[in-house]
Every structure is written in C-alpha cells, then in structure tokens.
Ligand binder design. Sequence first.
Ligand code: SF4
Length: 259
Amino acid sequence: MTNPRPENGVVDLRVYHVVYEPSYKSIIFHHWTECNLKCRGCYCQREKLDFSLLPDWQLRLATNPPESPPEKLLSLPETLYLIEELAIERAIYIGIEPTLDPGFPALAKALKTQYQAYNILFTNGLVLPDISNIDEIIVSLKAITPELYREYTAADNRKALHNFRKIYETGKKLQAEITLIPGIIEADEVEKAAEFIASVNPAIPLRINGFISLNGVEYRAPSGEEVETAANLAKKHLNTVNYLSGEMSRVGDPPVRVY
Ligand code: SF4
C-alpha cells in the first residue's frame, strides 16, 4: 500500500526526528510535547538527536545549553511516507513524552497494521493513552518516595505508580527503569523502586541508568562501582536487574537518520 504524500500544514503528530537501525530493522520515533514532568536531569531537552547518531553524546550533554523546540513536527502521513521503503520489525517511541502526543496511538496502529511491528513505548507512566497496539512498555519510575519524586520532577507520583500496576494487569510486557543520581536519587531509593516493582511482580526487569552530567545541573555522574552497589541492592528484590553506567558499545551497522 502506498502512503499518502505529505500534506502541507497538517500536524496531527508531534514527531520531530526519525532514526532507522538497519541491523535490527528498528525505527525510532522521537516525540516532542510539553512534558507533564520537569525532571531536573532531563536529557531530552539537552540533545534533540538520537544518541546512537552521536559518538560524542556524553560530551554534548555535558556542554549543551537547553535545546529549543524543533523547527518542524511531522504529520502522520509525512511520517509514514518517510518510512515506507524500510523493512521494519520493531518500532520505538521515545523523546519528550510520547503518551502526550495526540497522534501517538494512530502512529502505533499504523506500524502494527502496515508492518506488524513490535511496538515499544518509553514513558514516565503518568498518562496512559490507547496502548492497544503497544507490545512492550518501559516505565521510567524516577523515584518512589513522594517527596523525592516531587523534588526531582515537581509532580506527584501516585498516578505513575497506579498506572504501572495497571499496565502490568493488561498482560503486556513491562519493564522499569530508574536513574541513579548521586545527591538526589541514591542507591537506597533504587532499592525502594525494586521493592515497589517486586510488590507488583519480582519477575519485572529493572534497568538502572547511571546519570550523565548535564551542563548547568548540579548532579554528578555516579561511578561504575556506585551503580553496581545500587544494582546489588535491587537484586535482593528482583529476578532481573540490568545497569548502564554511561559506556554503551555499538553493535551492528550504523543507524541512519531518516529525518
Ligand atoms: S519525563 Fe522524560 S521528557 Fe519529561 S522531563 Fe522527565 S526526563 Fe524529560
């Protein structure tokens, strides 16, 4: 089926950047919305490009000033037109909160119906749109202690924790992630996140990310040892705990910028 050509001025979607990973037949959609959280260590507002395109992404995060909004947002027909020649098995929705993008459910539906794509959503979990075409959801928990969550995001975490359980009850594949940030989200908070996840199901995997320093943000990156300590605490409660401490080695062909 041929997708419609771009229609000028139609913005029903808030996708601003699209990347293709040929080795994995993965398409990555970056969304730009007004986020419902104000995370002090938000990477998305420091670097608009996909990190896979940037060998110096850590340096850029450490030196970039806050990004301005994208010049152009793609409509749904424009997005589908751009990807129509690609072999796609997996679609990933990331960026500044895809769940707040009114066009996100329609995009996920198109990827499912036209490509039978395995759809993976990254979200902060505060809002749950139609996820009927989503196969896997990765929820960034930020913090469990309400005061810490509020200090870090300027919001209340009850809805996010409630939605985490709700997603689990749908039977969809669910993962959690949390960023270890010395000075605010410490190892004991990571353990609390693990305890919360275990109260839903200890088989839900948790990924711990080591914070990457941001220009003008007071928090430092944790050492590999600090990340490992947090992971060991989390492993007391969960079957699967993975962690990243900044070093990501690439495997496979280089990614391609589609837009
Ligand atoms: S939820 Fe994500 S996009 Fe929103 S402010 Fe936090 S880190 Fe940034």
